[in-house]
Design a protein around this ligand. Structure first.
Ligand SMILES: *Cc1c(COP(=O)(O)O)cnc(C)c1O
Length: 371
């Protein structure tokens, strides 16, 4: 049996309605911004329970422009996780600031105690990542941010629909960045991003920043960028946004079935604790495994496209080392990098595919016995 990591072909097998709307665009020729983008922004704000959503070019830009709008620049530090996708740190560097990395806890999310320790007089913002689709520990993080009067920008690129005690991600910080990249839970046919905020002032600044700082055709309020959400992608997004709940529910269902199948393999397999008050939306289904590299090879040989997110934490990448970080700085992230593995969890998995993955992992460790 084959279990591919993503299911883009199935997802877009029937795209007649989307193509019809794209054809409609040829009649209006409103190829940048326009009503499709405005409609998508309104729908996105609604599903986040926020006042505003601003469509931008990528998830990376959503984070970068949020920092720019807050005035972050050269000489500043922004605190973030050592174990995240490179774009989180890249957005901080693009704003001219220095990423200050923090270690992970055993659920793969940023450690609030580490955030507290990383604060210096140069710290200008905290950028927690809702990693894998699990909300970061926002209660503790917001307390630290308030005590030090630091704005929080959430990296929610992996976490659309995630919540804590019923409170959705993007409602904790002053702004949150989302990605519409094809591999994300809500995706379009290329790159796209969204910034969510409930601050009228930030919304206004972000709309300027994404469109050359233009107040209107002839007046430039501030120097900005060209980072608009493509109208074509907004059209795709308008079709898919109605499916977010179903996509999320399917991913959660698959993750529960994987949890149930893999938990008996403890301690060789370690599934992070699941919390009843949290809604983890499983952008990634990640766990720790003994003998990880051999397990991954075993899965791949048997058709399961397992991945590693990520084999090298950011502070140990050449780019991170150039900031002065070394081995041993973030022991938990370093330990996890050697043990984590990601299984497919997408919404088009069949029950047979889920059962098969459990079977292959179980076989690897030798059913009920030690190897
Ligand atoms: C995908 C992702 C981004 C960046 O999104 P792009 O749309 O690819 O630019 C940022 N942070 C995290 C955690 C991501 O997973």
């Amino acid at each position: 049996m084959r279990v591919p990591y993503s299911s883009l072909r199935e997802q877009f097998a029937d795209s007649e309605a989307i193509l019809r709307d794209i054809k409609g665009l040829l009649e209006t020729t409103q190829f940048t911004l326009g009503p499709a983008v405005a409609r998508f922004e309104a729908a996105f704000a609604r599903i986040c329970g926020a006042r505003f959503a601003v469509g931008v070019g990528t998830g990376t830009d959503a984070l970068f422009l949020s920092l720019k709008a807050l005035g972050v620049g050269p000489g500043d530090e922004v605190i973030t996780a050592a174990n995240t996708f490179i774009a989180t740190a890249g957005a901080i560097v693009a704003a001219g600031a220095r990423p200050a990395f923090v270690d992970a806890t055993d659920d793969f999310n940023i450690d609030p105690a580490g955030i507290e320790r990383a604060i210096t007089p140069r710290t200008r913002a905290i950028m927690p990542v809702h990693y894998a689709g699990q909300p970061a520990r926002m209660g503790a993080i917001l307390l630290i941010a308030a005590a030090h009067r630091l704005p929080v920008v959430e990296d929610a690129c992996q976490a659309i629909g995630a919540s804590v005690d019923g409170r959705l991600v993007s409602s904790f910080g002053v702004a949150a960045g989302f990605s519409l990249h094809p591999l994300k839970n809500l995706n379009v046919w290329g790159d796209g991003g969204v910034i969510v905020t409930s601050s009228e002032e930030l919304d206004a600044t972000l709309r300027l920043l994404r469109n050359h700082g233009l107040r209107n055709r002839d007046e430039v309020e501030i120097f900005g960028y060209n980072s608009r959400l493509d109208t074509l992608h907004a059209i795709v997004g308008n079709h898919l946004i109605t499916e977010v709940e179903a996509i999320t529910a399917a991913r959660i269902r698959n993750a529960r079935a994987l949890d149930a199948g893999l938990l008996p393999l403890a301690p060789r397999v370690r599934i992070p604790a699941r919390h009843a008050n949290e809604r983890h939306v499983f952008h990634l289904y990640m766990f720790e495994a003994d003998d990880r590299d051999r397990l991954r090879a075993y899965l791949i040989e048997r058709g399961v496209e397992a991945k590693i997110h990520y084999p090298v934490p950011l502070h140990l990448q050449p780019a991170g080392r150039r900031l002065g970080y070394r081995e041993g700085d973030f022991p938990e992230a370093e330990r996890q990098a050697k043990r984590i593995i990601t299984l497919p969890v997408h919404q088009h998995l069949s029950q047979d595919q889920v059962d098969y993955m459990v079977e292959v992992v179980t076989d690897f460790y030798g059913t009920g016995s030690r190897r």
